[in-house]
Design a protein around this ligand. Structure first.
Ligand code: G3I
Length: 320
């Protein structure tokens, strides 16, 4: 796989997918996901998030996350673990509590200690803090930031590093794939941690991109290189490239170019270590439910044939 450690796909746990109207597609889906050799890595799309693993204070449930983690182990795949401290898919009790700073610190430490402890030694990487930034590079006004300011970021990384020293610890966010104010904000977070002597190993560029208005290869290279030059590794952690549906020869060609650019940039920059697509099968993508009129963002169509972008990815990995 070129210079990369892995090319992978996120997948949701069957427990969650069974709620969707696609149950009949599973055997074909599972064969591609686990048995085809297409993917050397996976990430549980949902099952390790706070709302699933600590739905009530101090009550931990690892069932959903374990489904994917166990399959990854059986298939010999790298596991990226996702996501410890995030404002979204938070358990309702975290948002409804009126926190003192000390009490929220205790809750964060307890959450990370239990969750990272549960999967200790099994995660190639953890997304420790997810989406802490606004588009202008300032901090997002989450419950964590409101109560603790940027100290919550330090606390999260410090705690995770103590519990599983073998996991790479990542800051993960979207719109970090080309230079700009948000990239500068993420670099500020890396330097904040490094300056405090706290371990941060990587920056995850989610890479939820748009076929019709995608960055150039050079823009991607500049952004990735900028992070790598801080001494952290980089990964594309949630890659998908949506288009205005229906898919046509024209927008699929743009999508192919976009996939080729971003995967090619990662393969070319030393320090960019892997690529994860955010599921591989269009019917399981989050995109159409959030961006109406958009979709076909992944590499396999509904009928399990591949997008032209699949060949773009292969070309990008070969050109390395
Ligand atoms: O678990 C409930 C279930 O009980 C209920 O019956 C069902 C009915 O809608 O909803 C289920 O929750 C859904 C959850 O996924 C688990 O399946 C939520 O509605 C749905 O909104 C949620 O979407 C996920 C989204 O994160 C939430 O923000 C997507 O699947 C997931 O792909 C997406 O992933 C995020 C990354 O974690 C972070 N970066 C952005 C990315 C895309 O939003």
């Amino acid at each position: 796989r070129a210079g990369l450690k892995y090319f992978g796909s996120a997948t949701d746990s069957p427990g969650q997918r069974e709620r969707a109207p696609y149950a009949t597609a599973y055997p074909q889906y599972d064969a591609i996901m686990w048995d085809s050799g297409e993917f050397g890595q996976t990430t549980p799309t949902n099952g390790q998030k706070w709302t699933f693993v600590e739905p009530q204070k101090g009550i931990f449930n690892f069932t959903e996350g374990e489904i994917v983690a166990t399959k990854a182990r059986d298939a010999g795949m790298y596991l990226r673990c996702h996501a410890l401290v995030w404002h979204s898919q938070l358990a309702p009790w975290v948002e409804s509590t009126t926190w003192t700073p000390d009490a929220l610190r205790v809750a964060i430490v307890s959450h990370i200690t239990n969750v990272v402890g549960h999967w200790k030694g099994r995660c190639y990487a953890w997304d420790v803090v997810n989406e802490a930034l606004n588009e202008d590079g300032t901090y997002r006004n989450s419950v964590f930031y409101q109560v603790l300011g940027e100290d919550y970021i330090k606390l999260a990384f410090e705690t995770a590093s103590k519990i599983d020293p073998s996991a790479k610890l990542y800051y993960n966010d979207y719109n970090l794939e080309s230079p700009g104010a948000k990239v500068d904000g993420a670099k500020r977070i890396v330097k904040l941690l490094q300056g405090a002597g706290i371990k941060i190993d990587g920056v995850g560029l989610q890479a939820h991109l748009v076929a019709e208005s995608h960055p150039t290869l050079d823009q991607h290279i500049e952004a990735i290189h900028g992070f790598a030059s801080l001494g952290v590794e980089v990964a594309l952690t949630e890659l998908d490239i949506r288009l205005q549906t229906p898919a046509t020869a024209t927008n699929l060609a743009l999508q192919k170019e976009a996939y080729k650019n971003v995967v090619g940039a990662c393969a070319q920059v030393k320090g960019c270590i892997g690529v994860t697509i955010w599921d591989f099968y269009d019917p399981f993508s989050w995109v159409p439910s959030v961006f109406s009129g958009q979709g076909a963002a992944l590499l396999w169509f509904d009928n399990f044939t591949t997008h032209p972008a699949y060949d773009g990815v292969v070309e990008a990995l070969k050109n390395k």
